[in-house]
Ligand binder design. Structure first.
Ligand SMILES: Cc1ncc(COP(=O)(O)O)c(C=O)c1O
Length: 374
């Protein structure tokens, strides 16, 4: 059966640089000498850390300190480490956006944290709600362990937090002495000229841990991500790392490929994925009875879509699955797994044909999944 892959956030497969990576591997592997006969160490392959520091500098105007960058097995390892480091007892609180990345939610649930969601609007986490929630938590003796935020190209909603709100977030977190974890996984999946500075770059006393990934600009099969942490926290984080380090093989090949190609690669794939995003916007607009509202993200890999209230979301998912359409349910991103009338559509991996054919099928599934009146 033909399938329509709107489920997970992967980049365009046709532009994956197989040959470029093969050539990079041929160049770098003979140069590595005995390095592959050694453990990578807790920070990981230095040339890639230097390159990632420059990646940050080009985007943010300041370099990430190379000796504070820790390569990880995908950014998911960094995200999970945060709970392993900060959650000391079951029920310790982590504060995050009310809708957040499903992988993070399940990792943090697994670490037995209590997740407290803060409502979002078009500009990300709402600061009035954050302040009120922290006040309540602290009055109940529940000091949150950290705030996890997707300030840029929020997953799933696509929102971007403006600079003023970023400063407010750091001020509030500082007042309550709570560290902030900034997951910047979609940093360079950018389709429009809009930039808000990473929290890491803002002058502040609040500790910020910054997380990035190579999955979204290259591919999740590479399994490379990294975190940067203030010096005081870095050693504590490294104590929880027990995997022997991140693959030098993977890091070296990617370094060698990106040494010359990073920005041309990023520009090339963003141009390809931007067209898919625009096509998906266009297709969704054709069916206003099914897709009642949708976000128009300037970056990232997802469109957040509101369905008619009367939609039976479970029936819709089953029907869509039977017709080959894969998407992510709103419930998967809700901090308390509420059955909400939203879905998240990924546009990076699907072809133009998939989008042109699959979106009308999905609209049909939604129309045919109306709840029966009681
Ligand atoms: C917000 C966010 N963080 C982290 C990840 C994990 O990515 P990876 O481990 O492949 O770097 C994802 C993947 O979709 C994500 O959306």
């Amino acid at each position: 059966m033909k399938t329509f892959p709107f489920g997970s956030g992967r980049p365009d497969p046709a532009s994956f640089p197989n040959r470029g990576l093969a050539e990079a591997a041929m160049r770098i592997l003979p140069e590595l000498g005995a390095e592959l006969a050694c453990y990578p160490g807790s920070l990981g392959y230095e040339p890639l850390r230097k390159l990632m520091s420059r990646r940050f500098a080009r985007r943010e105007g300041v370099a990430l300190p190379v000796d504070q960058i820790v390569l990880t097995t995908g950014s998911m390892q960094a995200v999970t480490l945060m709970a392993q480091v900060f959650v000391e007892s079951p029920g310790d609180v982590i504060v995050l956006e009310e809708y957040s990345y499903s992988g993070t939610l399940s990792a943090y649930r697994k670490e037995k944290a209590e997740l407290v969601g803060i409502p979002l609007d078009d500009h990300g986490m709402r600061m009035d709600a954050l302040e009120g929630t922290l006040e309540q938590l602290v009055s109940k003796n529940k000091q949150p362990r950290f705030i996890y935020t997707l300030a840029t190209y929020q997953n799933p909603t696509g929102s971007i937090m403006p600079l003023g709100r970023r400063r407010e977030l750091l001020d509030i977190a500082g007042r309550y002495a709570i560290p902030v974890v900034e997951d910047h996984c979609y940093a360079d999946t950018v389709y429009e000229d809009h930039h808000e500075p990473a929290l890491w770059t803002l002058e502040h006393d609040t500790p910020v841990i910054h997380i990035e990934s190579l999955s979204k600009i290259l591919g999740p099969g590479i399994r490379l991500g990294y975190l940067a942490a203030p010096r005081g926290l870095l050693d504590r984080i490294l104590l929880y790392r027990r995997d022997g380090g991140t693959s030098t093989l993977s890091a070296a090949v990617v370094y060698e490929y990106f040494r010359e190609e990073l920005w041309s690669h990023v520009d090339r794939i963003n141009a390809i994925v931007r067209k898919k995003r625009d096509l998906m916007f266009e297709m969704l607009s054709r069916f206003p009875d099914a897709f009642e509202w949708f976000s128009r993200p300037k970056g990232g890999l997802f469109i957040w879509v509101r369905l008619p209230d009367a939609t039976d979301t479970v029936a819709c998912e089953q029907l869509a699955e039977s017709r080959g359409v894969d998407y992510a349910t709103g419930k998967a991103f809700h901090v308390s797994s509420l059955d909400v009338p939203y879905i998240r559509l990924a546009f990076g991996f699907a072809t133009h044909d998939d989008i042109r054919t699959g979106i009308p099928i999905l609209a049909d599934c939604i129309r045919n999944s109306r709840k029966k009146p009681d």
